[in-house]
Design a protein around this ligand. Structure first.
Ligand code: BGC
Length: 709
């Protein structure tokens, strides 16, 4: 290969995700061997045309790899990733990504830019929607499931897609939740939290990585040699390739890290970034840099080899054809899987006086801007989904003649502030037995570049809810949103709350089944849900302080006596007006019935470094519904040479329990579960540990274990 052809392999070219044309310039670049991958080709015939040019006319006949953001479905849209994480179910995620790959293959796409593995502790950040939430363990389990689903065990399987672990690394720690912003993460936190899911994806054989837009500790991620070269490639032995994010190489100039594109190319290449998405710093400068002796051809060869290795594994050198049969799009089994995912992603947050499920004989008023919002229901990053295929809650109720209901939207989109229709909604509410208010955010209010400083329901939704509450009729608030919502103004106005995220194509039937008791809610929060935006960032696995907050010492702002002496009140870590706990903790989710946890025990209270103990609990379904229960194992290392979080999830299991049934669940604990990263290595220190098996990150009573050398 000539130098031009080698650099060509490192170039990803393309257009916007909406482009309907194929440019002559792109065709010519492919013909000359100056392109390795193409992003956002939106027609199968374009894929075929370009691939034919690459294979038959380019100097070496090297096939292209076609890439696209197939994030939570291609045509059949599954819940947004944050919603899928709320299922705590790896099989759902694996199945969803398998279906996405099979569908996307009809257009010849063999590389997806998913999963996003950024730990997200700040719901202001729009991209929390695309994440699996705040927990490194849960995100790691799900990162493996996504990888298996997209790639299968054999990348050369024609419906396999190379997956891409993104964004490497620290993107979720953006200052103030503002997208693209600075991340400052110390080395221990980086390994103990932010890198973990990425390491899991490497262990599962993920083919590619994408660097992030942010700078990490002063160095933009696309030139972060410690992250890409030392950690990912040398330490973890990752042998796939790393692509930049869109223009993130040349954006290093705006970051103030490189003075021009030439320097940006050099820094990125030195950090071992293999492919450049969209910007052309490599194409324009790498050869000169090699000729000037600043970069070596041998290093370029390594970059090219890593890209060719994945093309080889995908079987592209043997066969570039793909199954164009579009009749499999929206196949019955795909829709069924999407409905199951939507159903299991829903988290029941409040259910006053067990108002849910609703009796089939009730007269229902359906209202709110998300009740019939086919496009918004698909959520962020659903480029290819067809809104006309979405089944909204209104569609689902209309398809069922047995339920007496009426639909008046009241507001037409989430930011709508026109209140003309309010009187009609109130009048209808008065004649109904129950109100289903479908509120939330339009899809465009979360996702990339869509951070919000105020995370309450936008527009006049709160006003409509407050007016409805005056009718005295029970209100069920169903939220479709890309993030936890600040409910402080309306919490007491509603009787029940269901978080449905943006549930995708089949959200309507799933929600109807849950509301009417044909199915039961089983989702659990993958993020802490703040009482108010002022509490964020908030996450359960925080460190302790020297003055841990406690219910006993907490004094609410309104209870402070006028003229109180300066230091007379509970001097610990809390907000006077919001306390120290979230509204709903990580792992939380109510049920229609009730499940009891008894007999929590450890098989031993002492353990040596080479031993293991079993933590077990008996779980009994005391209600009359068949429940799905997610049993969560948490630990705390009480004292360590590096302070440890107050609780950390280290395992979980989701089980099905028939009414009256009991099951004993046992988890094995070894020193592997107790380790942490400190001073450049993973260690487990002797000492005392607390364990909880509980329904969420705030419940349960701990058992103690002493670990000795
Ligand atoms: C996003 C990536 C995405 C890429 C390609 C960027 O703006 O940050 O997550 O994969 O665009 O569409």
């Amino acid at each position: 290969m000539t130098l031009v052809e080698k650099v060509g392999q490192t170039a990803q070219r393309g257009t916007s995700s909406r482009s309907k044309t194929l440019s002559e310039d792109l065709k010519q670049a492919v013909r000359e061997g100056r392109v390795g991958s193409v992003i956002n080709v939106t027609k199968a015939e374009f894929v075929k045309e370009l691939q034919e040019i690459a294979v038959k006319e380019s100097p070496q006949g090297i096939p292209l790899i076609f890439a696209r953001d197939v994030i939570h479905g291609y045509k059949t849209i599954f819940p947004i990733p944050l919603g899928q994480a709320a299922t705590w179910d790896a099989s759902i995620i694996e199945q969803g990504s398998r279906i996405a790959a099979v569908e996307a293959n009809t257009m010849g796409i063999r590389w997806t830019f998913a999963p996003m593995l950024d730990i997200s502790r700040d719901p202001r950040w729009g991209r929390i929607a695309e994440s699996a939430g705040e927990d490194p363990y849960l995100t790691t389990v799900l990162s493996k499931a996504y990888t298996r689903g997209f790639q299968t065990s054999d990348l050369s399987n024609p419906t396999s897609m190379a997956a891409c672990a993104k964004h490497f690394v620290g993107y979720g720690a953006a200052e103030g939740g503002r997208d693209y912003n600075t991340a400052v993460i110390d080395n221990a936190l980086l390994h103990n939290v932010y890198l973990k899911p990425f390491k899991g994806a490497v262990e599962e054989g993920i083919a590619t990585f994408m660097t992030s837009f942010n700078e990490l500790n002063g160095i933009p991620a696309s030139a972060h040699a410690y992250a890409i070269k030392q950690t990912l490639k040398e330490q973890w032995k990752f042998d796939g390739f790393v692509v930049s994010d869109w223009n993130s190489v040349t954006e290093m100039i705006a970051h103030g890290y490189c003075k021009d594109e030439k320097e940006a190319a050099l820094r990125a290449a030195q950090a071992s970034l293999d492919m450049e998405m969209m910007s052309e710093a490599y194409e324009k400068n790498l050869i000169t840099l090699i000729k000037e002796g600043k970069f070596t051809e041998a290093a370029l060869d390594k970059m090219v080899a890593s890209i060719l290795r994945i093309k080889l594994k995908l079987g592209l050198f043997e066969d570039t054809s793909f199954n164009e049969d579009t009749s499999i799009l929206y196949a019955e089994e795909h829709l069924k899987a999407a409905q199951r995912a939507a159903l299991e992603s829903v988290v029941l947050l409040k259910n006053k006086k067990q108002i849910l499920p609703i009796k089939a004989s009730s007269k229902i008023l359906i209202t709110g801007p998300m009740a019939d919002a086919p496009l918004d229901q698909m959520g962020t990053w659903s480029f290819d989904g067809d809104a006309s295929k979405t089944i909204t809650p209104v569609d689902a109720f209309r398809q069922d003649n047995s339920i007496e209901h009426q639909f008046i939207p009241g507001l037409h989109f989430s930011r709508d502030s026109v209140t003309n229709a309010f009187p009609a909604v109130i009048a209808a509410a008065k004649k109904s037995d129950v109100i289903f208010f479908f509120g939330g955010e339009e899809a465009i209010l979360s996702g990339e570049a869509h951070s919000r400083a105020d995370i309450r329901l936008p527009g006049k939704q709160e006003a409509l809810l407050q007016q409805l509450s005056k009718t005295g009729k029970p209100i069920v608030l169903i939220i479709m949103a890309g993030r936890p919502i600040d409910l402080s103004n309306i919490l007491s106005d509603v009787d029940a709350i269901m978080m449905a995220w943006h549930p995708g194509t089949m959200g309507g039937p799933a929600l109807k089944d849950l509301l009417m008791g044909e199915a039961v809610p089983s989702g659990r929060l993958p993020v802490s849900w703040p009482k108010t935006v002022g509490q964020v960032p908030i996450h359960y696995n925080h460190k302790n302080t020297g003055r841990p907050a406690s219910k006993e010492s907490f004094v609410h702002i309104n209870d402070i006596p006028v003229g109180a002496w300066q230091s007379s009140l509970g001097n610990d870590s809390h907000y006077l007006d919001a306390g120290f706990e979230p509204l709903y903790p990580f792992g939380f989710g109510l049920q229609y019935g009730s499940v009891e946890y008894t007999d929590f025990k450890l098989s031993a209270n002492e353990m040596g470094m080479q031993d293991s103990v079993h933590a077990s609990i008996t779980v009994t379904n005391r209600g009359s519904y068949t429940e799905q229960e997610t049993i969560q194992l948490y630990m705390q290392d009480e004292f360590a040479s590096l302070t440890r979080p107050v609780r950390e999830l280290i395992n979980f299991e989701k089980i099905v329990l028939q009414p009256g049934a009991s099951k004993t669940i046992s988890f094995t604990i070894t020193k592997e579960d107790l380790k942490f990263y400190h001073n450049g290595k993973w260690i487990t220190e002797a000492g005392t540990f607390n364990f909880w098996i509980s329904q969420n990150a705030q419940s349960g009573t701990p058992e103690k274990l002493t670990l000795s050398e």
